[in-house]
Structures are given as C-alpha cells and as structure tokens.
Write a protein that binds this ligand. Structure first.
Ligand code: FE2
Length: 144
C-alpha cells in the first residue's frame, strides 16, 4: 500500500518537510519497482539512492537543529549515524558478502524495515523538533 504524506507529519520547516516527502517517495518507488522487477537491481539502486539522500537530509537536519539549539541534537545525530549504518549493513549482506539472496521475501523484509525506519524517524523522533524550530533565527539559510 502506498505511503501517503499527511499534514501531521509536518515539522514546520520547509527543507525538512520537503526531504521527508522525498524519503516517502523513495520508499514508494522501491515498493512499486519491487512488484514489477523483484531483483538485485531494484534493491541495489534503492539502497544507494536512500543512503545518499538520507545522508544529505541528515546533514541538513543537523544544521537546522544546531541553529535552533535543539536540546536532543547529540542523540538525534547518533540515531542518524545508526540509520546510515543499517543501510550500509544491508547493502553489505546482499551485495558484498552475499550472505542473503535477493528474493521476494527479502524485498518484503526491506520494505518493512524502510517503513518502520520512516515512521520511527519522522513520527517519533523528528516531530519532537517541531516546537524547537520556532527558535530558528529568521535569517537562517542552509548552505547551498
Ligand atoms: Fe528527518
């Protein structure tokens, strides 16, 4: 079932909300592709795309948190590092060590992981930022 963006997911900062929408799109694209082409390439491209986009998003989010003096900045950063490490560990299992074959079941497992990751990251963790984002200086701009 397609993941849908909901207003309750907004943290109220345009860059972060835009990134979260994009992360949802990456997961939806993966699930659509996994239905049509359930093979190595689908998973490989998704893990690379997700890792690269998540790394950019996490940098942005951490810069914004620092600018608004978010009190949970350090544990949040730690969580980001753990998420990137789990994506890398998955890529290693499937494509470097090849301890796990890419099957329909493994694609479904990755899909569950991504959904859980997203819900955990956005709903539970990022939404805590909402009220602190009011402390963001009006002149704050992310570097290009
Ligand atoms: Fe986030």
């Amino acid at each position: 079932m397609t993941l849908l963006w909901r207003e309750e997911m907004c943290v109220g900062q345009v860059d972060i909300d835009g990134d979260h929408r994009q992360l949802i799109a990456i997961i939806n694209d993966f699930e659509n592709m996994a239905q049509r082409l359930p093979g190595d390439r689908t998973l490989h491209e998704t893990l690379i795309g997700l890792h690269d986009y998540a790394a950019i998003h996490f940098d942005r989010e951490e810069a914004i948190q620092a600018a608004c003096h978010y009190p949970f900045h350090a544990p949040h950063k730690q969580q980001h590092q753990e998420l990137l490490a789990s994506i890398k560990a998955m890529a290693r299992r499937y494509f470097i060590d090849r301890t796990d074959p890419v099957t329909k079941e493994s694609l479904a497992e990755v899909s569950r992981f991504l959904r859980h990751w997203l819900v955990d990251h956005i709903i539970k963790s990022d939404l805590r930022m909402r009220e602190h984002l009011k402390n963001l200086p009006p002149s704050f701009r992310l570097p290009d």
